[in-house]
Write a protein that binds this ligand. Structure first.
Ligand code: IVH
Length: 674
């Protein structure tokens, strides 16, 4: 046998075993034997570079291309689903289906709702050419380099592949892989993920595909988007069977049922068995099976009428509330939280739960030492529902009260009349508040410094290396290399992230500073008007008040912030550290042609993504909001506009199509019909 044919044989063999494992769930060989085949192929390819092919199972991990995370416009939007959170809601959905079809549906397909993240995979002539996130449904991010590393995703389809196909599915992290990953992260001092879904999402958004490859992700495919040159498919059940024949993993629990009793029986089985899988499910997706019936039913603005997601109810368990502690947040707000005896609920082990504020605690009469009911649903923060009074059995439990002094900085904790939240008065001397503040400063909502997460902030703070945001910009490799587990690569990466953050638009810095009531939108408005932090700090109250979207509370907040000498020192220090405090004037001066105009943008535009449309309008001073009200100047409606268009029509808000929007940008508000 020639080397070339042995290589081809090995590739086929490896693909066959991947398929046996991921699609058929019938592995024929052990992991060790599989690794041996894989290594033999790697060695042969290393000796014969001319025989390497991009589809080889060894070529999953490459370099991240420059197109990584670039926007991808989906050929067909990825819709989301309407939820039914009770059997009654499910019944109501079915009745809508029957009304829409004017008869009973021919049958339904029930699938498990996988709690992962939706992705779209494009195959051209059977070869994987693109992977993208769902994004906003219309535009996602290019993650081809990372989906290639997921061994459950075939690089080459089996059998008669279509010319062009876009298939949707859910990438998830198996529970076993999730447990292993967190163990490893804990040992290495890395980030601990709260649940498998976040772990999967974090893994897919890695710049380095080698990291994604090490994360043991998997996929279940459940839907075909765009299809060209494929068979004529008549139903969802046929589609699933066909996807499986192509070698794509399809969840084996998917089932066709004839009518509603069958759907309800499936839901019951899915609920009973929800913890029996190596992945998290958060409900059941029910789809009308016949594609002709799906076409008749069609879509609303955001979701198909032919499918619904039945959400499992939040799970509740009882456990012991061992202790109540408090946490000081970035604004100084003090929040009590429960330390619980670990309890497995809603697919995760819960050890802490928020208690909101003291008033709430007393209303529910929750006391340390109580047996309490804990509730957790999907991604939601676990919550203490209330005590189990019977379990108190004559035990005398003392009520909990907010401590008078902050346990982190010893300064008084005060509760302002009429406010639910207590506050620590220690300012940034309070290490708890400082930690949260610095973490927020570098987070994605703030200066977006990747690699400066919670643990790193904590490490640098507790070693006295940083004590305010400006210190971040004076970090050096000498200092960072001293820390255990920090090598040349991680230090260089962090420093280059920080370097890039020095030059972020001023609105980002202003948001990151965490001035009460100054979020991203207000920050943008302020910077547009003043361009520099300096000018903003010395602005007179009536100058601020005159700005559209800036009310008296914001003015007061800004003024008191600017008057604080501590903040002035911080700004001076940021300046000395080379952080950008002023945005360059736009060429040709500030364009205010759309000042005072409030727009809502909906539907799909041809020439602009949603973000681009928003940015172009904002550049000219328009305010872009999310929902139509009487204050809306005009609605920009692209293709497939839905409920917002209806609302605008109801309220008599003028509607602009894409052409009119382009004219608005060029010629100003005169083009809006009165
Ligand atoms: S079908 C138009 N099927 O749930 C049909 N979605 O709440 C759109 N999901 O965005 C999706 N399991 O991320 C479908 N078997 C399944 C699913 C599923 C999980 C996710 C998906 C979707 C979300 C909608």
């Amino acid at each position: 046998m020639t080397v070339a044919s042995r290589i081809e044989e090995l590739r086929e063999e490896i693909r066959r075993h991947l398929h046996l494992y991921h699609v058929l769930d019938e592995p024929e060989i052990s992991d060790v034997e599989y690794d041996e085949l894989f290594r033999e192929l790697e060695n042969l390819e290393a000796e014969h570079p001319d025989l390497v092919s991009p589809d080889s199972p060894t070529r999953r991990v490459g370099e991240a291309p420059s197109s990584a995370f670039a926007p991808v416009t989906h050929r067909q939007p990825l819709f989301s689903l309407d939820n039914a959170d009770s059997l009654e809601a499910l019944e109501a959905w079915e009745q809508r289906v029957v009304r829409g079809l004017e008869r009973e549906a021919g049958g339904y397909v029930c699938e498990l709702k996988i709690d992962g993240l939706a992705v779209s995979l494009t195959y051209e002539d059977g070869r994987l050419v693109q992977g993208a996130t769902r994004g906003n449904g219309t535009v996602g991010e290019d993650i081809t380099h990372n989906v290639r590393t997921v061994s459950a995703i075939p690089l080459v389809l089996r059998g008669d592949a279509p010319t062009l196909m876009e298939v949707r599915g859910e990438i998830y992290m198996p529970l076993s892989a999730f447990a292993e990953l967190n163990e490893r992260q804990a040992e290495e001092g890395g980030q601990i993920f709260v649940n498998p879904r976040n772990a999967a999402a974090g893994s897919v958004r890695q710049k380095d595909p080698a990291i994604t490859a090490g994360r043991k992700l998997a996929i279940w495919c459940y839907q075909v988007g765009f299809l060209e040159g494929g068979p004529a498919l008549g139903s969802q059940s046929e589609t699933l069977a066909w996807l499986r024949d192509l070698g794509l993993p399809v969840n084996p629990a998917s089932e066709r049922v004839e009518s509603r009793p069958g759907v309800e029986a499936y839901v019951q089985r899915a609920l009973d068995g929800r913890h029996a899988h190596d992945y998290q499910t958060d409900g059941v997706v029910v789809k009308v099976d016949e594609l002709t019936e799906q076409d008749v039913l069609g879509f609303t603005a955001r979701s198909p009428r032919w499918a619904v997601a039945f959400k499992f109810p939040a799970e509740e368990r009882t456990t012991v509330l061992e202790e109540i502690r408090i946490n000081v947040g970035r604004t100084g707000a003090v929040t009590p939280y429960a330390v619980l005896e670990p309890v497995f609920v809603g697919g995760a082990t819960v050890t802490h739960a928020t208690l909101h504020n003291e008033g709430e605690l007393h209303r529910k009469d929750i006391r340390p030492g109580d047996v309490v009911t804990v509730r957790r649903a999907g991604d939601v923060i676990p919550e203490v529902v209330g005590p189990v009074p019977a379990a108190r059995k004559g035990k005398r439990l003392a009520k909990w009260h907010m401590p008078a002094l902050c346990p982190f900085c010893n300064n008084p904790i005060v509760t302002v009349e009429g406010e639910a939240k207590a506050r620590c008065t220690g300012g940034f001397q309070c290490p708890s508040r400082l930690r949260e503040y610095l973490f927020y400063f570098s987070s994605r909502s703030g200066m977006d410094i990747e690699g400066l997460g919670y643990q790193t902030v904590d490490l640098l703070m507790s070693n006295g290396v940083i004590s305010d945001p400006a210190d971040i910009f004076t970090l050096t490799s000498d200092v960072l290399l001293e820390f255990e587990g920090w090598g040349e690569v991680s230090v260089t990466n962090l420093l280059s992230e920080i370097e890039a953050a020095r030059d972020r638009p001023v609105a980002r810095l202003l948001t990151a500073l965490g001035i009460p009531l100054v979020g991203p939108t207000v920050a943008k408005t302020l910077v547009r008007r003043f361009r520099s932090i300096e000018a903003l700090m010395s602005a007179a109250p009536d100058e601020l008040d005159a700005i559209d979207g800036v009310g008296p509370e914001i003015v007061a907040s800004l003024q008191s912030w600017a008057a604080d000498p501590e903040n002035r020192r911080l700004i001076a220090k940021l300046q000395a550290a080379g952080v950008r405090l002023e945005d360059p004037a736009p060429e040709g001066g500030v364009d205010d042609s759309l000042a005072g105009v409030t727009l809502v943008i909906t539907g799909t535009l041809d020439a602009y993504s949603r973000d681009e449309a928003k940015a172009s309008a904002e550049e000219k001073g328009a305010k872009v909001t999310g929902s139509v009200s009487k204050k809306t100047t005009a609605l920009v409606a692209g293709a497939n506009a839905g409920s917002k268009l209806a609302r605008a029509t109801d309220l008599g808000v003028p509607v602009l199509d894409e052409a009119a929007f382009t004219r608005l940008l060029a010629d100003g508000p005169g083009v809006i019909p009165a």
